[in-house]
Ligand binder design. Structure first.
Ligand SMILES: [Zn+2]
Length: 492
């Protein structure tokens, strides 16, 4: 009986992907019966997988473009363009440069007897596939993939965007907000050495002094062509987006531009300012973020300074550019205990983040209760990444704070961070959520899905409203199909 149910739900998922949207009146009784069915199958991981594949999941608000592409896509891009692979280290390169052995052209690989094992070794090197903890720490392996593949992701961005869309549509995701980097502005600032020194040495307790220095940096960037840089960045992204042809009537993709928190202070500020400048003028680039490992040497040293940079930019762009901040992607043992006390607090209270990414160390923060109350009152969501936190931080099950946020009425969203590196998808994240946290009911999960559109950075507001309406329609259709394709024994 279970096999039959699994099959019929999968059929329902396929049908849902093909049918055009039309208004469906809300039916509370139908939702209740879908909830009853969900409770009956929630301990069966296969039926749960089929259920969540078919369920509309709204948006994936936290993932990085290069980490979301699967290794197979990178392999295909390099093969299509006859790139290079180092057959010892599995490093790769795009076609432009020349290399000597053990580098080989992709065109030569099909004649290599080791083809299959080379491909598998490559996939392991850029993802958690067959990961062996004894060979390399998981956090190091995860973050190393970005340095290894980001330039190939930029090179094959259109192919990558098409892959992200294909996966989203196949698992009934209506929106994705993907983080991607942008080049630094090549603007010569003669005073930069002095400013860099001042920013590194300044007392961060006096934010007015920091703002004074940042005012000068910003004025100088504007006087030397920052708007021109922003315009060319916008044009390039718009062209790639158009060529990749990802948006249609039921699916859209938008971007957050990010800076690495591992950079030198002025470089971080320049990249952030360029991101703010682009996002303030564009509806494809809808937000800004700060990336790289949070426990890195420079990230920890400059954390407070970065929060002040966001506060400064927020003031200068009159609160018009939303941003999400990775904060609290830390856990006990990763850093000293006293370094777990304030990152989320500062991201929310000082930087003014509109959303928080991860928030894993919240219970270790001195002001945790005040922060949770503030996030609940101001509707500042937390982006929860279960697989990512399990792989990188070893935090899962009851040690994960997802229910702490949920019970404090902080809006929760579920995201992938990142599907390609972790060999996962958004469906899997919902399966983990439902399996690990049985107190969450179907209605709660439906609310979590709705949050992923409501608290997205989609603009204009009318487009967000339209996406919310489409989500309601998709849920009604999903619930109807559960009833129609159910065995009749499970759903009455
Ligand atoms: Zn992230």
């Amino acid at each position: 009986m279970k096999k039959k149910t699994l099959q019929t739900i999968a059929v329902a998922a396929g049908v849902a992907g093909l049918m055009a949207l039309s208004p469906v009146p809300e039916d509370k009784d139908l939702s209740r019966r879908a909830g009853d069915y969900f409770e009956q199958i929630r301990r069966d991981p296969l039926l749960l997988t089929a259920f969540f594949t078919a369920m509309p999941k709204g948006g994936d608000l936290h993932h990085h473009f290069s980490g979301s592409m699967y290794g197979e896509t990178y392999w295909q891009i390099l093969a299509d363009h006859n790139g290079w692979i180092n057959t010892s280290t599995m490093d790769v390169d795009t076609p432009g440069t020349e290399h000597a052995l053990p580098w080989k052209r992709f065109a030569a690989l099909p004649r290599d007897a080791r083809f299959d094992s080379l491909k598998q070794a490559f996939l392991r090197s850029v993802s958690a596939k067959d990961y062996e903890a004894s060979l390399r720490p998981s956090d190091e392996h995860f973050f190393a993939t970005f340095g290894k593949m980001s330039f190939v992701a930029s090179f094959g961005m259109e192919e990558g965007l098409r892959e992200l869309k294909q996966r989203a549509v196949s698992e009934n995701v209506q929106y994705i907000e993907t983080q991607t980097g942008q080049p630094d502005m090549r603007i010569d600032q003669p005073e930069s050495a002095d400013w860099e020194k001042s920013l590194t040495g300044v007392s961060l307790k006096d934010s007015l002094v920091v703002f004074g220095i940042l005012d000068k940096v910003r004025d100088s960037l504007l006087a030397h062509g920052a708007v021109h840089w922003a315009d060319s960045c916008r044009r390039r992204m718009a062209e790639i987006h158009r060529n990749a042809n990802v948006d249609d009537s039921t699916f859209i993709l938008r971007y957050q531009l990010s800076a690495s928190r591992a950079g030198a202070p002025l470089s971080v500020y320049r990249r952030l300012m360029l991101a703010f400048e682009v996002a303030s003028r564009d509806s494809l680039v809808v937000g800004v973020n700060l990336v790289s490992r949070e426990d890195g040497e420079v990230s920890m040293r400059d954390y407070q300074l970065h929060m002040l940079m966001f506060a400064h930019l927020d003031r200068n762009y009159h609160g018009r550019v939303p941003y999400s901040l990775h904060a609290g992607e830390l856990t006990a043992g990763m850093v000293r205990p006293e370094q777990l006390r304030s990152h989320i607090t500062e991201a929310v209270m000082v930087a003014g983040a509109r959303r928080i990414g991860h928030g894993v160390d919240i219970a270790y923060e001195s002001a945790w209760k005040t922060v949770l109350d503030h996030m609940a009152r101001k509707k500042i969501p937390v982006e929860i990444n279960l697989s990512s936190n399990e792989f990188i931080l070893k935090v899962q099950n009851e040690l994960h704070p997802v229910l702490l946020y949920f019970t404090h009425k902080v809006p929760v969203v579920i995201s992938t961070d990142d599907a390609g590196v972790l060999r996962t998808d958004l469906t899997r994240q919902y399966v983990l959520l439902a399996t690990r946290y049985p107190s969450l009911r179907y209605a709660d999960i439906r609310q979590i899905v709705s949050n992923s559109i409501r608290y997205s950075f989609i603009r204009p507001a009318a487009l967000k409203e339209e996406k919310l309406r489409q989500l309601d329609i998709a849920f009604a259709r999903f619930e109807q199909q559960l009833l129609r394709y159910g065995t009749g024994k499970v759903i009455r």
